[in-house]
Design a protein around this ligand. Sequence first.
Ligand code: ADP
Ligand code: ZN
Length: 614
Amino acid sequence: MNQSIWKPLIIFFVMIAAMNLLYAALVQQKGAGEISYSRFRQELAQDNIKSVAMKGHSVKGEFRRKITVELTVQGGTVKRELTAFVTVLPAIADPTLMTELSARNVEVTAISTEPSPLLNALSYTLPWILIIAIWFIGMRSAKAQGPGSFLGGFARSGARVYPVGEQVKVTFDDVAGMESSKQELKEIVDYLKDPKRFQSLGGKVPKGVLLVGPPGTGKTMLARAVAGEAGVAFFSISASQFIEMFVGVGASRVRDLFASAKKSAPSIIFIDELDAVGRSRGAGFGGGHDEREQTLNQLLSEMDGFDQHEEVIVLSATNRPDVLDPALLRPGRFDRHVVIERPDWRDREKILQVHVRKIPLDPAVDLAIIARGTPGMTGADLENLVNEAAITAAREQAEKVTLDHLERAKDKILMGGERKMFISPLEKRITAYHEAGHTLVAKFLPGTDPIHKVTIIPRGMALGITQQLPEDDRYHYPKSYLESRLAVALGGRMAERLVFGEVSTGAQSDLKMVTDLAEKMVCQWGMSDKVGPMTFSRGEEHPFLGRKLAEEKSFSEEMAWLIDQEISVIIRQAEEKAEQLLAGNRPKLDLLAAALQEEETLDGARVEQILAKG
Ligand code: ADP
Ligand code: ZN
C-alpha cells in the first residue's frame, strides 16, 4: 500500500481514541461508582437517593449522603466513598420501583435511548467516506506508476517488478533415475558453466529445450536441477500466468522476463505449461485468442532476438507437444526435445529412496516391493504415496513407517479411499461372486498378471476390487495377453450371471474397459484379420494425457461397420472363455466367494491357498 495512505489513517484512529477518553471523562463524575441493584434498593429504602436518571436499563444517580463501598482490587480490598452511582435494572421488571421513588421524593429523569442525530448521521456516512477515500488514494498512486498498476501491477512478469533470478540448490543427484534425460541436458550444463570454452570447442548450443512428458514426472525439477548444476540464475514462470485479463499484458511480461534474464546471464528461463500460450495460432482451440497470439509472437521474437553472446537458455515443459504451434519448434527456437517417460520400477525405487529420506522408515522395508506394485505412477505420485504413509503412521502413533503403511497408502491412491457404507448381505454376496469371478479367470488363464489383492470393501467408486500387478513393466502386449485380459474383466459379470441368473449394474466400469481395449485392438494394433493391419483414428489416445481426442473419421461406412463387427466378436469370444472357465470350476468359485464374504480382503497367497483346497 502507498505510504501516504497511512498518515490520515493514523490521525483518524488517534482522534477516535481521544473522543473516547473525553466521553469517559464526561460520564465519569468524580466520586461515582458502580453498585449492585440490591444495594441501590437498600439505599432507596433508607431514603438516601437524591436523584436518578434512567436510560434504557442503566440508571445513574446521586446519593443524599455519601456511602462507603468495599472494592476488591488485585486480591486486596479497598474502601471507597461514593456520592453518585451507576447501576443496571434487572431484566425482570420491578413494578414497585416507580411508586417507591416518588414516595421518597426522588427526582427522576428519563433519557431517550436513541443516539444523538449527529452520531446517527455519522454512523451512516462514515463507511462511505472511508471507501471513497481509499479508492481516491489508490487511483492517485496508480496514476503515478503508469497504466495497469492499480490492483497490483498486472503488466509485470509474475507479481514482481522485474523478476529476480533464483539461485537453485537442487542438483541432478536429487533427481532420481531419468539417466538418459540427464545425459541430454548435461551439454547445457557444460555450456552454462563455461560458455566461452564450450563455444571455442565448436559446440553448438540450443536456445530452447522442450521437456515433454506427463504431469508429475519431474520436468520442473529437472529444469531446476540444470540451473543448480550450472550454478546460474533460474527464472521461472508458468505460461498460464502470461494470459491475463487485458490484451498486451502477456507480451509485456514476456519482454520483462527476457530482459531480466539477459541482465543476469548466464541464466535459465523456465516456462511451464508452454501449451497455454503455444497452441497453434488460428487453431480451433481457444478461438483465435488475441492475447494468446500476441504473447506467443512476443515469445518467438524474443527467442529470435538472442544473439550468440547472450548466454540465456530457455527450458520449457509441456504434456501436449502435439498442439504446439509449429513456429515454436523451428530451428533456433525449441528445436531440442527431451522426452520424459513415466519411470520404470527401478527408477520408481530410486525415487522412493529419495523421498523416504524425510520420514522415519522401518529399516526392514524393501522399497522394491512398493516400486513393483506401482506401475504407471509418476514421481509426484510416489512422493504423495510416501507422504500418505507417513500421515497414516503418525495418526496411529507408530514410531516407524512400515511396509504395511506404505501398502495401505498405495491402495488408497490406486483404488481410492475405503468407503464406509451400508451393504446388505445380498449385495455383499453378489460383490463377492463378482470379484471371485475376476480372480478365478485370472488364475486359470495363462499369461495373465498375478493377483495381488481381492477385496469387497468399497473403495472410491467401486464396490469391490480385484487387483492384478504385472511382474515387470511391460512395453509390448501380445494379442493373447490382451484377450486374456478381456476375459478377466468379463469374469465378474459372468460369475454373477452363472450364480444369480442375471447381471447387475456393478459391471459398468468393467464393460467400459473391455470396450475401449477391444476397440484399440482392432483400430490401433491391427489385431483383427478381417480389418487387417491398418490404424484408424478411432480409439486413439493421447500419449501423455491417456484420453481420447476428438478427431474426424477418415474411413468408409463399410469399414466402420466391419470395425464394429470385429470389436463385438473379440468381446464375445472373451465372454465365452470366461463363462466356460467359471462353469467348469463352480466349486472353486463358491469357495472363493465364501472366503471373500468371510474375510473381505484376500492377498495373492491366500487366494492360492483357498484354491488349493477346492
Ligand atoms: P512436472 O513439472 O513434470 O509436472 P514436477 O517437477 O513438478 O513435475 O514434479 C513434482 C514432484 O514430484 C517433485 O516436486 C518431486 O518431489 C517429485 N518427483 C518427480 N520426479 C522425481 C524424481 N525423478 N526424483 C525425485 N522426485 C521426483
Ligand atoms: Zn468387476
